[in-house]
Design a protein around this ligand. Structure first.
Ligand SMILES: [Zn+2]
Length: 109
């Protein structure tokens, strides 16, 4: 089965697949329903403390061939997962304001 993960829509389909749901449960079980990043720092964060999410170590978007590789998956709490993906700024959907004077002067191409 070819897994497409290049767009948000494809990833949404992937996360809704039976294969993913099943594998996700296996990862949670393997990691004893604890955040592995918190655990590395000597803290226990489990389902009672936070929402547990299963993270792709090599990101799904860029490594579709590792989408269902259990060795590429780990259990993270919501906080660690957000930190890892730098998601905090996405909460505010407004685009950062770019100073037009500079954006005209700076050319990257
Ligand atoms: Zn954590």
């Amino acid at each position: 089965m070819e897994i497409l993960t290049d767009t948000h829509e494809h990833r949404a389909l992937f996360y809704n697949s039976d294969e993913w749901r099943e594998l996700r449960e296996r990862v949670l079980e393997r990691d004893h329903y604890e955040c592995v990043m918190c655990k590395a720092e000597g803290r226990v964060t489990d389902e009672a403390d936070s929402v547990l999410e299963v993270d792709h170590i090599n990101e799904l978007e860029y490594y579709p061939e590792q989408a269902l590789d259990i060795d590429n998956l780990r259990t993270l709490c919501k906080d660690c997962h957000n930190k890892r993906h730098h998601r905090f700024q996405y909460a505010n959907s407004a685009k950062p304001k770019v100073e037009s004077k500079w954006s005209k002067d700076e050319r990257w191409d």
